[in-house]
Design a protein around this ligand. Structure first.
Ligand code: FAD
Length: 488
């Protein structure tokens, strides 16, 4: 598709601040985050409804923290559940349990420490409901973007429903085959992780118990690994089957029944329903850049991973969370547009790291565990990470790191962080504070607390330490505020 000029259409196009293209997890997360900052966001979606499948079903601990901040963690927990233990089957006999990931218990500084299973369609419903609750416009369905142009002041888009929209910025959250990315001429560089296609389907199998994630290693004659996972909060199972014998997945009810009967002890008609099915070849690829002028790429439009390790949806949500506050600060807070440059600078290396991790998990070279939980991810190398203390011990919390939870007054630090503001946190010091715009920055003082050490920490709206100093007079704090808030 070409980037056609749509000069005439600009004149009558309704205005919005941010045009969000695609109502997947990325687009919906971004819209929620923007709307709660008073930014107008219009989500346009090519399909007539939200995506119906369970595919990205693992909500990692870091994403649970994001959902806590967005006010939807209770809904996600109520809709989902924990992962069941794997059970290896052979010739109709249970061979023993198999744990997919290293276990971790919740701690004071990391209250969410295990993946939560929520089918992707359910997560999307929760995000859409939250968007409406926050006062945002509902998704405009049947309105795929067909053309996009940009100029110095904004972007103009034509939609498949005949409409035209003018916005200050656009975000391509339109998935791995992104129309917007293609229109901008941004390439994807990557590799096929596995040449064998994979069938993924949401099925009903009433005869199968829901206590385990049932795993059927390939028989000697081949065919590929097959797994059937009970989907928490539903009566469905998510079935995945590799096709290593050169055949191609058949997504029909008959096709799914055939593969189940051939590779498990179940009978073909034990599969009573296929509610959604698709097939894919695991790829790891990343867009060559995440921004072109006033258009940003986020989520699968910017990077695609193997589903192994459950990183795709999570990395996508975090792109949106990184971009949301920055767009809000520029559009509503008076921050210089240069703040938006930090989106690609922070997220591209992060996505590259995640691509490698997903590929290693897919190939069995790394177990799911600490890295896949995503709590260790941060932005220490970013220009937005200003660490002014010296001589910090190994392992100390530094600017750029995720800000841990902990006690704060009668509540929790995560309660103090929740919302669109910055938080200036003093830990174990009664240092004087400079004059602050209290609408934009909330101040909390806590006593010495080991996960933080001692000092003053400016926590960004997305929960990372932006600036850290021994006291609030340290160098760079005023400049930091100029970058994220302008002169206000
Ligand atoms: C088969 C499959 C299995 C997967 N399994 C897992 C898994 O087990 N774990 C995991 O973490 N991740 C998994 N993923 C990845 C995960 O689903 C994605 O990372 C996640 O959906 C990315 O969200 P997104 O919002 O960026 O893109 P998407 O969810 O793809 O959403 C993009 C949206 O944009 C819409 N759209 C497309 N073009 C246009 C247009 N021109 N105009 C308007 N709208 C448009 C689409 O209709 C869609 O609704 C899987 C992906 C696939 C394809």
């Amino acid at each position: 598709m070409e980037l056609n000029s749509v000069k005439d259409a600009r004149i009558n196009a309704p205005e919005t601040d941010v045009l969000v293209v695609g109502a997947g997890p990325t687009g919906l997360t971004l819209a929620c985050d923007l709307v709660r900052r008073g930014v107008r966001a219009l989500v346009v979606e090519r399909a007539d409804d939200l995506f119906p499948g369970s595919r990205g079903k693992g909500i990692q601990p870091r994403t649970q923290e994001v959902f806590d901040d967005l006010g939807i963690i209770a809904a996600a927990e109520a809709a989902g559940g924990t992962y069941p233990v794997g059970m290896i089957w052979k010739d109709g006999e249970r061979q023993g349990e198999h744990r997919m990931s290293d276990e971790a218990q919740p701690t004071e500084d990391a209250p969410y420490n295990r993946p939560l299973m929520v089918p992707q369609w359910r997560t999307q419903e929760i995000l859409r409901a939250r968007l409406k609750e926050l006062g945002g416009d509902d998704v405009r369905f049947g309105a795929g973007l067909t053309e996009l142009t940009q100029d110095e002041e904004g972007v103009t888009a034509r939609l498949a429903d005949g409409g035209t929209v003018r916005a200050a910025y656009a975000v391509a959250a339109d998935g791995g085959r992104s129309t917007v990315r293609a229109a901008l001429g941004i390439g994807m560089t990557g590799e096929t992780v596995d040449p064998n296609p994979v069938l993924v389907a949401d099925v009903r199998i009433p005869a199968l118990d829901r206590d385990n994630w049932h795993m059927f290693p390939p028989a000697a004659e081949g065919g590929g690994f097959l797994a059937i996972c009970p989907l928490a909060g539903t009566a469905d199972f998510q079935l995945t089957a590799q096709f290593t014998d050169g055949t191609h997945p058949d997504t029909s009810l008959e096709g799914v029944r055939k593969v189940v009967a051939a590779r498990t002890h179940l009978a073909a008609d034990d599969v009573t329903e296929v509610r959604w099915a698709s097939d894919f070849r695991p790829r790891a690829a990343m867009a060559d850049r995440f921004r072109e002028g006033r258009v940003f790429l986020a989520g699968d439009a910017a990077h695609v991973h193997s589903p192994a390790g459950g990183q795709g949806l999570n990395t996508s949500v975090q792109d949106a969370y990184n971009l949301g506050w920055k767009l809000g600060a520029v559009l509503r807070g008076g921050a210089p547009a240069a703040l938006l440059d930090t989106y690609e600078a922070e997220r591209l290396p992060n996505a590259a790291q995640m691509l490698g991790l997903s590929t290693r998990v897919h190939r069995g070279e790394e177990r799911r565990g600490e890295a896949t939980r995503q709590l260790g991810l941060g932005y220490r190398d970013s220009s937005l990470a200003v660490e002014t203390r010296t001589g910090l011990p190994e392992g100390a919390l530094r600017a750029g790191d995720r800000a841990p939870d902990g006690p704060c007054g009668g509540g929790r630090l995560f309660d103090a962080f929740r919302g669109p503001h910055f938080t200036l946190l003093t830990v174990g010091t009664d240092t004087e504070l400079p004059p602050l715009n209290r609408e934009l920055v909330r101040v909390h003082r806590i006593g010495a607390y080991p996960p933080y050490g001692k000092g003053v920490f400016l926590v960004r709206p997305d929960g990372y330490v932006g600036w850290a100093g021994e006291d609030a007079t340290g160098p760079g704090l005023a400049d930091y505020f100029k970058l994220v808030h302008g002169e206000r």
